[in-house]
Design a protein around this ligand. Structure first.
Ligand code: PGA
Length: 251
């Protein structure tokens, strides 16, 4: 049995001065939850405040991006060593907004994911098709390419530090959710593709989250599907009550 994992992706929301209050409200609401991993991935500048607020709770801090080099002339970037030093445990890699607006490619996703895993962070690697790609019948091709290139040279041993998020781009922030059957179909494809890369046994251990307008009203039916092991939550993660309601649906 894979332990469910519900992660908030705060995106470019929540100031450092507002971080502790949100994390503490979430921690209070989920203090009795044991069978779900609860994560808050925050803007890098919020990470120290999130780490402090997570101490002694069952909420785990994470970031939204990381560079593959340890240090050097990479203005604006943040290294795995910096995130670990600040106390982060998780990091999102290859979110579609980074692919869409910041030139992220499957190759850079691969570098970031491998660096994060090698450093001991849990990498939440995002894949997902656009509506155009889905409508053009390219769903399978796109997911396989993102998986094979994005996870190139990731090994079975690395799977302990790997989470995959399936986020159909057309469902992110749009209020339009994939149906549980649509999501399950892609999650099964992701697991099959992963099995081709790391072997079936290791692939069975990797949690695959669904992301894209997941909310309290649709979480339970999505999470009931056999290959949907959690959620990556944007909008609904910014309020403790809606985030906690999704976590309740997962336990
Ligand atoms: P959403 O975002 O829940 O607001 O659709 C999900 C994500 O982009 O991770």
């Amino acid at each position: 049995m894979r332990k469910k994992i519900i992660a908030g992706n705060w995106k470019m929301n929540v100031k450092p001065s507002e971080t502790a209050a949100l994390v503490k409200a979430i921690a209070e609401a989920v203090k009795d939850v044991q069978n779900v991993d609860v994560v808050c991935c925050t803007p890098a500048i919020d990470v120290p405040a999130a780490v402090a607020a997570c101490k002694g709770t069952n909420v785990h801090p994470g970031a939204e991006n990381v560079h593959w080099e340890q240090s050097g002339a990479y203005t604006g970037e943040i290294s795995t060593g910096m995130l670990l030093d600040a106390g982060a445990e998780y990091v999102i890699v290859g979110h579609s907004e980074r692919r869409q607006y910041f030139g992220e490619t499957d190759e850079t996703v691969n570098k970031r994911a491998r660096a994060a895993i090698a450093a001991g962070l849990v990498a939440i690697v995002c894949v997902g098709e656009t509506l155009e790609e889905r409508d053009a019948g390219k769903l399978v091709e796109v997911i396989e390419r993102q998986m094979k290139t994005g996870l190139k040279d990731v090994t079975a041993a690395d799977c302990a530090k790997l989470v995959i998020a399936y986020e159909p781009v057309w469902a992110i922030g749009t209020g339009r959710t994939a149906t549980p059957d649509q999501a399950q179909e892609v999650h099964a494809l992701i697991r099959k593709t992963l099995a081709g890369l790391v072997g079936a046994e290791a692939a069975e251990t990797v949690r695959i989250q669904y992301g894209g307008s997941m909310k309290p009203g649709n979480a339970a039916e999505l999470l009931a599907k056999p290959d949907i092991d959690g959620g990556l939550i944007g909008g609904a993660a910014l309020k403790a009550d809606s985030f906690a309601a999704i976590i309740a649906a997962a336990k």
